[in-house]
Design a protein around this ligand. Structure first.
Ligand SMILES: [Zn+2]
Length: 134
């Protein structure tokens, strides 16, 4: 279950653990059954309740420094950390019960992906780490 406010002009949804979700007043609080359902309706996950976002806030200085040193840009969008290097595109998400970070890579050529991916158009790098810098 994910939540959104009918009072907000922004099309964002919140996970149940999010502080903002808990502050939405009853009369404005509506829900979708799943994040996928919310996305189909044009909603994206708010940055405040993104697990990667929470991790990023802890590591912000180190991540900024690393990006500057290596000519990388990164930003949060729809609960995922988008990472662009001069040569390639990556995404970092948090998944699973252990809240580990998963790295995904986008192919530069069109390729049929046999395995359905959580990150559409990207494939898993089979990398699990505890920190973004890692
Ligand atoms: Zn939220």
């Amino acid at each position: 279950m994910v939540f959104y406010s009918t009072k907000s002009n922004e099309k964002v949804f919140h996970l149940p653990h999010c502080k903002i979700a808990r502050r939405i007043r009853k009369e404005y609080k509506k829900q979708f059954a799943t994040p996928e359902e919310a996305r189909l309706a044009g909603y994206r996950m708010c940055n405040c309740c993104s697990l990667v976002g929470m991790r990023l806030r802890k590591e912000q200085n180190a991540v900024n420094h690393f990006c500057q040193e290596n000519g990388i840009s990164c930003w949060l969008e729809d609960g995922q950390l988008h990472v662009h290097t001069p040569r390639s595109k990556w995404r970092i998400i948090i998944n699973g019960k252990a809240n580990k970070l998963f790295l995904y890579h986008k192919n530069t050529y069109q390729k049929y992906e046999k395995i359905p991916s959580i990150v559409s158009g990207y494939h898993s790098q089979a990398t699990r780490t505890k920190t973004i810098i890692g």
